[in-house]
Design a protein around this ligand. Structure first.
Ligand code: ADP
Ligand code: MG
Length: 201
């Protein structure tokens, strides 16, 4: 098994994050926790690419539908669509419009528990209920109810891979091997080396 410090994940600043001038703020949070940026590009994705991204996991439509329906029920509100897969289809159509509405910043971050750490800093899917201190909790205020009422995707600034397997397949969809750089950061000695030495002259 590869060492935890070699774990990689995909994060994408969505079009609303770029338009809200939050690129620096988002990169800063991932950078300051100690992760290393090993790939970065600005692109306008195609609808087909977005569809591929969200259908890499054949269960995603059902899962996103179930998550939405559960969120409605928790609020004591009747979900507009009761069938999870149908809800998932609607979300996918909305996501294609959302992701192709302007440039996005695609990034690969590497470091210990990168997938979990980036998800934690990013926060839960719905900004209305995502934790204070997270990117989605601090910088945006959208909800399932508002986005469904207006027939659009939840605007939550960032995509972040949900598991190591998801990260591996998403990274290969967005980046070729030669776009990812293997290099050392000086701070890794302090973050990971068994002995902290070489500090005193
Ligand atoms: P996450 O991005 O937190 O991993 P999902 O994979 O479940 O969340 O959903 C992907 C994206 O689809 C979300 O980030 C959000 O932009 C959008 N989305 C999810 N559920 C809904 C919904 N019920 N209505 C509109 N957009 C949604
Ligand atoms: Mg997801």
């Amino acid at each position: 098994m590869a060492h935890h410090k070699k774990e990689r994940t995909l994060a994408i600043i969505k079009p609303d994050g770029v338009q809200r001038s939050l690129i620096g703020e988002i990169v800063k949070r991932y950078e300051k926790v100690g992760l290393k940026l090993v790939g970065l590009k600005i692109i306008v994705p195609t609808g087909a690419h977005v569809e591929k991204h969200y259908t890499l996991d054949p269960e995603w439509k059902k899962n996103v539908g179930e998550k939405t329906i559960a969120a409605y029920k928790k609020q004591g509100v009747k979900p507009p669509v009761e069938d999870p897969v149908e809800q998932g289809e609607n979300v996918l159509a909305a996501l294609k419009k959302y992701f192709t509405s302007g440039p996005v910043i695609a990034m690969v971050w590497e470091g210990a528990h990168a997938v979990e750490i980036i998800r934690k800093l990013t926060g839960g899917t719905e900004p209305r209920t995502s934790d204070v201190g997270s990117i989605r909790g601090d910088y945006v205020l959208d909800s399932y109810q508002m986005s469904d009422m207006d027939g659009r995707a939840v605007r939550n600034l960032v995509h972040a891979s949900g598991s190591i397997e998801e990260a591996d397949s998403e990274i290969s969809l967005w980046f070729s091997d030669d776009e990812l750089i293997d290099y050392k950061l000086v701070q890794e000695q302090i973050l990971y080396d068994v002995n902290i030495d070489g500090v005193f002259e």
